[in-house]
Every structure is written in structure tokens, then in C-alpha cells.
Design a protein around this ligand. Structure first.
Ligand code: NAI
Ligand code: MG
Length: 500
């Protein structure tokens, strides 16, 4: 394995130098019980950038016990206002160290360093600051009842307890923060299991949590594989809730594993989101907008607009323009500021996506751009796939049904509104949806008719800490972000006081 040569930065960047990374349990960095490590790979080069502790069920046990002790002990004595300030302080630490966290994400996961300003420090910490504010506003109700006599009733909203947060690799910093923030705000404790393909940001976040005033054991981090640590957490009898983001198949495993103690489960799963371009759309906006809705982050986005339905009168023009746009995107090393499309996260994902690139033409799709792995020059050891457009796709093709999770757009022609709504709603997923039109009535009608947890009109992939996000159908259970998602981490208790 070649060893990664690090670029020089303004600040000392020592995180990747030194020994293998350890597990965070009760405020201490400890070796895995197995004593084994596994490599963390930079997908732009195939180089090993760090070694990570390979946790297993024994480490999961220790981490859950630590989270339980913190939940029953020190954390239960922290006031809501103190929790608020601890989260706020963590947000400050994340902001101060954002450049380093981003660099770890760039090296470990392959997201381009020059990516949109949208993904800046302010955006990343917003979720912490948003939930910091909620810590002091979680309140029950006093509810009039009709029980004879003098009986007074009210509700309390209490933390569910120990949360296992199992997260993917496609936006490692946000994947972790979207779970950490509501866990802290509601007074739960947690074991975080980052994805084996990109765990470094989570480990660095763990160091920042140790620097903050958050008590030991509130956030524990166990690295390792899904089938071992992940499965152990999902089936653990002392875990009260699993918060999972990842594939639908793994979500199903988690639901089955959770049945043992009927722990609470929230799921943010896969998608095959329809993005509908009407003939009256402003194509100058729809072409780049719809293209980046698929190709951004190399297509490794749960709600990527991968089924591009285009109305027949503009179909040929749209296919030509989107193919031209895709062909002009610059694919390269994630550390190059000029790169727009980085590599896929891992050799495994590369194989998977290449399989679909082969399948498309076999199923009868027309490849207008891309279609083959890039291996020239400096790209030779990385996992690079160019933005690819399949035109003339039909609903029954596997490329139109499966979540590919690569920079692959399937373009499907359509004629009428009822037809496209029915076709868009086919399939098992219901995560995102897009509509491009100048007709405000049509925008509202189609938004209402799509069976998806989010619809973006004349734009795509807007997110905000205050706005809920979640999936219909097999795209998930429950919401992340927004005020409602607090309930995913809370129990409601009714208290009845007889006063006479
Ligand atoms: P995955 O869903 O298996 O992995 C996500 C997380 O779950 C990781 O932390 C993993 O270690 C853990 N995990 C895996 N198996 C587990 C088990 N049996 N019990 C508990 N935890 C387990 O996804 P993977 O294998 O990384 O990617 C495969 C495909 O999944 C992708 O090609 C993509 O289609 C989809 N995916 C979708 C994501 C989304 O946000 N919708 C995110 C990641 C992957
Ligand atoms: Mg990696």
C-alpha cells in the first residue's frame, strides 16, 4: 500500500500522524478488545491514511455500559441550560477546527475540497446551535381531563436513554452531527458507530467532545464493521433506541435486530428520487440544477434526483444539454481545488457502480456521456467514475429502480402530468423529489401528489436544521432535523395527581 503524502497547511495538521486511532469509551481512548486494526483509505489514491481500531461486540458492550452510567449518573444532573451551553461550546470547537474536519472528510471520503460554499463551517455547526436552543424548550403539557373528582394531569417529555447512532460515509461530518445534536439536546447518551469507509471525522469530533464540558460517557465512539459492531448495537438489550442512516437493506436488518428488546428505531434510508422537468421549465436553471442533483458528491446522496423525467417537447434538447454539462464537469483528486466530482468512496462502491454502468446498455439504455471508469494518469489508483447519462430509460429497467449511489443519471421521457406522477410514485422508495416548471399551479399539484418526504421546486437539495427531513415508504421511519425529530429521542409520560 502506498502511504499518503499530506499537503502542507497553514496550521499544524497532526491528526493523521502517529499511532492507530482508538475507541472513545467513557472519555478514554482505548484499544479494541480484538487488538486489531483496519486501514482507512483515501479513495482518490487508494493510499492508506490511518489505521483504526477494529471494535467488536465486546467493545459495543463496554460503550453501552458507559453510556448507561452517564445517562443514570452525571448527565441526568446537568440542567437544560447547562446542556445548551455545552452544545454551543461544542459548536464553537467544531467551527474552530472546521478546516481540519473538512480535510479529513476530503481525504477519507473523497468529497472535493472546493465544494460549494453551502457546505461551509456555518452550515455544519448550524445543527448543533439549532438543537442547543431546544435543550431549554422541551416541555410537556397540562391537559384538562374528564375523570370524576379532582384529578390533575400533565405530561413530561423524558429522554429515551442510550442511543446507538449508526451512520454512513456519504457526508461523515453531517451524518454524525445530525445524530449527536438531538441526542445531547434531549438528554440522551450515545454510542456512535461511524462507517468503516470514513470514520476519521467522527474520531476527530470525539476529540473535540473530550475538550468540551460534555461529561465522559455521554458520547462514546466505536469504530469497526457493520456486521460486528453495528449488529451488536442494533441487537443490544441495553440500547433504548437505534438512530440509523444508510441503505434500506441494512435498515431492514436493524429492524429485525431491534425486535429483541423492541428498542425504538428511526431510519433514514435509500432512495431513487424522481426529478421532473416540465416543458415550461427554465432550462438554463433546470439543466445545471438537475445535473448537480445527481452528480453532486459523485451521486452518493440518499435523495439524489436520479430518475430524471423530462417532458417530451424538451426531451432531446434536455438530453443534449445535460450530457454536455456532465461531460464538462471536472473529475479529479478530492484535494485539487478545481475538482468538481471526486472519486467514489471505496473499491466496493466502485465495483457496484461499474456493474450498473455495464448493465445500462444491456437493458437498452443509451449512454450519451461517461459510462466507463476513469484510469488515466493521476486517476489510475483512485475509484473514479465520470458523470454518466443514460437516456431513453424505461421504468422497468433495474438502472431505473435500484439505488446506484454513483454519478449516474437515468433520463426518462414523459407526456402528461398524471402519467409522470404515477410513474414517479412507482417503486419502493419515497425520499426526495424535484419539479422544474414556471407554472405555480402545477408546482403545487405535483408537490402534493409525490409520495416523498421532500419535494424541491426549481432547486434541489436544500437542507436546513429547522426543516424536517425523512422518507416515505421504504426510505425510512421518522424525521431528522426540525423540532419534530426531538420526539424520536423522547418518551412521553402522563402524570395523574389526585388532589382531593
Ligand atoms: P450500509 O447501509 O450497509 O452502511 C451504513 C452503516 O451501517 C455503516 O456504519 C455500516 O457499518 C452499518 N452496518 C452495515 N451492516 C450493518 C448491520 N448488519 N447492522 C448494523 N449496522 C450495519 O451501506 P454500505 O454498505 O456502506 O453501502 C451500500 C449501499 O447502501 C450504497 O451503494 C447505497 O446504495 C446505500 N447507502 C445509502 C445511504 C443513504 O444515505 N441512503 C448511505 C450509505 C449507503
Ligand atoms: Mg476512506
Amino acid at each position: 500500500m502506498p502511504v499518503q503524502v499530506l499537503p502542507t497547511f497553514d496550521r499544524e495538521f497532526s491528526f493523521l500522524r502517529g499511532d492507530a486511532k482508538k475507541l472513545l469509551i467513557e472519555g478514554e481512548w482505548v484499544e479494541a478488545a480484538s487488538g486489531q486494526t483496519f486501514p482507512s483509505i483515501n479513495p482518490s489514491t487508494g493510499a492508506t491514511i490511518a489505521h483504526l481500531a477494529q471494535g467488536d461486540a465486546r467493545d459495543a458492550d463496554k460503550a453501552v455500559a458507559a453510556a448507561r452510567r452517564a445517562f443514570e449518573g452525571p448527565w441526568s444532573k446537568v440542567t437544560p441550560a447547562e446542556r445548551q451551553w455545552m452544545i454551543w461550546r461544542l459548536a464553537d470547537l467544531v467551527e474552530e477546527n472546521y478546516e481540519e474536519l473538512r480535510l479529513l472528510e476530503v481525504l477519507d471520503m473523497g468529497s472535493p475540497i472546493g465544494r460549494s460554499p453551502e457546505a461551509g463551517a456555518t452550515r455544519a455547526v448550524e445543527v448543533l446551535r439549532y438543537y442547543a436552543g431546544w435543550a431549554t424548550k422541551i416541555q410537556g403539557e397540562t391537559i384538562p381531563n374528564s375523570v370524576p373528582g379532582s384529578v390533575f394531569s400533565y405530561t413530561l417529555r423524558e429522554p429515551v436513554g442510550v442511543v446507538a447512532a449508526i451512520v454512513p460515509w456519504n457526508g461523515p461530518l453531517s451524518n454524525a452531527l445530525w445524530k449527536i445534536a438531538p441526542v445531547l439536546a434531549t438528554g440522551c447518551t450515545m454510542v456512535l458507530k461511524p462507517a468503516e469507509q470514513a470514520s476519521l471525522t467522527a474520531i476527530r469530533l470525539g476529540e473535540l467532545i473530550c475538550e468540551s464540558e460534555i461529561p465522559d460517557g455521554v458520547v462514546n465512539i466505536v469504530t469497526g464493521f457493520g456486521e460486528t459492531v453495528g449488529a451488536a448495537l442494533a441487537s443490544h438489550h441495553d440500547v433504548d433506541k437505534v438512530a440509523f442512516t444508510g441503505s434500506t437493506v441494512t435498515g431492514q436488518h436493524i429492524v429485525r435486530a431491534a425486535a429483541g428488546n423492541l428498542k425504538r428505531v428511526s431510519l433514514e434510508l435509500g432512495g431513487k428520487s424522481p426529478d421532473i422537468v416540465f416543458a415550461d421549465a427554465d432550462l438554463d436553471k433546470a439543466v445545471p440544477g438537475a445535473a448537480m442533483a445527481v452528480f453532486g458528491n459523485s451521486g452518493q446522496v440518499c435523495c439524489a434526483g436520479t430518475r430524471l423525467f423530462v417532458q417530451r417537447p424538451v426531451y432531446d434538447e434536455f438530453v443534449a444539454r445535460v450530457s454536455h454539462f456532465a461531460g464538462a464537469l471536472r473529475v479529479g483528486d478530492s484535494l485539487d481545488p478545481a475538482t468538481q466530482i471526486g472519486p467514489l468512496v471505496s473499491a466496493g462502491q466502485l465495483d457496484r457502480v461499474l456493474g450498473y454502468l455495464k448493465l445500462g446498455p444491456v437493458e437498452g439504455a443509451r449512454t450519451t456521456v461517461g459510462g466507463e471508469r476513469l484510469t488515466e494518469g493521476p486517476l489510475k489508483d483512485g475509484y473514479f467514475v465520470p458523470p454518466t447519462v443514460f437516456a431513453d430509460v424505461t421504468d422497468d429497467m433495474r438502472i431505473a429502480r435500484d439505488e446506484i449511489f454513483g454519478p449516474v443519471a437515468c433520463v426518462l421521457p414523459f407526456d402528461t402530468v398524471p402519467e409522470v406522477v404515477a410513474r414517479a410514485n412507482r417503486g419502493v422508495y419515497g425520499l426526495g423529489g424535484g419539479v422544474w416548471t414556471r407554472d405555480v399551479g402545477k408546482a403545487h399539484q405535483v408537490s402534493a401528489a409525490l409520495k416523498t418526504g421532500a419535494v424541491w421546486v426549481n432547486g434541489y437539495l436544500h437542507f436546513d436544521a429547522a426543516v424536517p427531513f425523512g422518507g416515505y415508504k421504504m426510505s425510512g421511519w421518522g424525521n431528522e432535523l426540525g423540532a419534530r425529530s426531538l420526539d424520536e429521542y423522547l418518551n412521553v409520560k402522563s402524570v395523574w395527581i389526585t388532589t382531593d
